[in-house]
Design a protein around this ligand. Sequence first.
Ligand code: F3S
Ligand code: F3S
Length: 111
Amino acid sequence: TFVIGAACVDVMDRACVDECPVDCIYVGERMAYINPDECIDCSACEPVCPVEAIATVEELAPEDAPFVTENARFFSEPLPGRTEPLGSPGGAADVGPIGVDTPFVQSYVAP
Ligand code: F3S
Ligand code: F3S
């Protein structure tokens, strides 16, 4: 499973969004999130990120460990201001920018 880590926060370049063949990278407010149920592990997103924010769970830097949970939580729990979880919409372009982050990412401060 590929995950987007802390380096994306407040950068959100979105090159990865354009690259993903199944359109499973969703845009929040400060960062983007990979839907773990929709990602087919093709790895196309990994090399295009200018800040190298994307890695597999296994290769992720230890300090990025919380972002594994946040990538999943973005879809599995209702986001701030919403009553239903996003779930698996089946394509980021169809739903458009989500415009909100998980509470952890909302208050994230880089170390
Ligand atoms: Fe973020 Fe890199 Fe994608 S900065 S939006 S993970 S290209
Ligand atoms: Fe898309 Fe990257 Fe997964 S390109 S399918 S999010 S590995």
